[in-house]
Design a protein around this ligand. Structure first.
Ligand code: NDP
Length: 295
């Protein structure tokens, strides 16, 4: 397929590399142009001067920006996606976005005969590199069917979740689980360290028991006990995600004290740890509060 990829960040870059490796024609655009040029040198993709130019000959355009608002910001004007799209093309937005903005984007595209899918991903940078991401899709099933061969370049699992916005909603709730599990694990393990328990012993028990989670099974052993804290997924983005989940719960009139409180804690952490910190670094904040390290 003729594809374009906009947004070569931590996860966008390896996703786009999978598209090139799968043999799709690929044009890339990135706000910071040097990243697109480096990508083109590495993969043989071509670089577009603007979103409009990237969309011009594309059957499918992928976006992977920080927020849905960022996607909205590249739609209009002579350089914008809408100026380049042909009728019948499809925008697949892999941003972990918010359903309301995705619906607004979908309406603007539909008026020009362009399809839209919200298609956030899960599985991290390593899943993107291996092509095993889970992709949760909102939008028309026939549109998904048409672009599925391109999505398969980076997906291990593709799930149609419902109409536009459903993919974003599922992603936000998944991220709320991640944030809640990570914070709970940090609080519990700092407590156990102060009780004199070796955290490796504690995790040996918990990971064979009902309290286990991806945080206890993978993130904490690989990133906290080792003190490696690699920067693969920014805490600022997880704060954005749980903020979307908290807002959806409020709009749905679902009492959700755990989600709302965790969203607040992540907002504090974003302020304390900054925009570049990785999500797992929230453990450092809990360690500082509690006065003990999980190691
Ligand atoms: P990064 O911060 O690494 O990259 C963000 C990308 O978006 C960059 O290419 C940046 O361009 C671009 N961008 C941001 N704002 C704008 C804008 N206003 N206009 C144009 N381009 C913009 O983020 P990630 O790659 O980690 O994440 C991207 C999305 O994927 C997020 O929604 C995130 O929640 C989600 N995600 C991330 C995962 C991960 O493990 N990293 C896992 C699953 C989902 P520039 O280079 O110029 O800054």
């Amino acid at each position: 397929m003729n594809t374009a990829f906009l947004g070569l960040g931590a996860i966008g870059r390896p996703m786009a590399a999978r598209l090139a490796a799968a043999g799709h024609t690929l044009v890339v655009w990135n706000r910071t142009r040097e990243r697109a040029e480096q990508f083109a040198r590495d993969t043989g993709a071509s670089v577009a001067a603007s979103p409009a130019e990237a969309a011009r000959n594309a059957d499918v355009v992928f976006t992977c920006f920080s927020t849905s608002r960022d996607v909205q910001s590249v739609l209009d004007g002579s350089d914008g996606l809408l100026a380049g799209f042909a009728r019948g093309a499809v925008l697949v937005d892999c941003t972990s976005g918010d359903p309301a903005t995705s619906k607004t984007i979908a309406d603007a595209l539909a008026a020009r005969g362009v399809g839209f899918l919200d298609a956030p991903v899960s599985g991290g940078v390593s899943g993107a590199e291996k092509g095993t991401l889970t992709v949760m899709v909102g939008g028309d099933a026939a549109v998904l069917q048409a672009v599925r061969p391109a999505i398969e370049a980076f997906a291990g699992k593709i799930v149609h979740c419902g109409p536009v916005g459903a993919g974003d909603a599922v992603k936000a709730v998944n991220q709320a689980f991640l944030a809640i599990h990570l914070l709970a694990a940090a609080e519990g393990l700092v407590t156990l360290v102060k009780q004199g328990v070796d955290p490796k012993v504690a995790l040996d028990v918990i990971n064979a028991s009902s309290g286990r989670s991806n945080s206890s099974m993978n993130l904490i052993p690989e990133r906290v006990l080792t003190r490696a804290f690699p920067r693969t997924f920014r805490l600022a983005l997880l704060e954005k995600d749980i903020g979307i989940a908290a807002e959806l719960a409020r709009q749905s009139r679902v009492p959700s004290p755990v989600t709302q409180l965790t969203a607040d804690v992540f907002r504090i952490a974003r302020g304390e740890l900054g925009e570049a910190a990785d999500h797992v670094e929230i453990v450092k904040m809990v360690e500082a509060w509690g006065g003990a390290e999980v190691k």
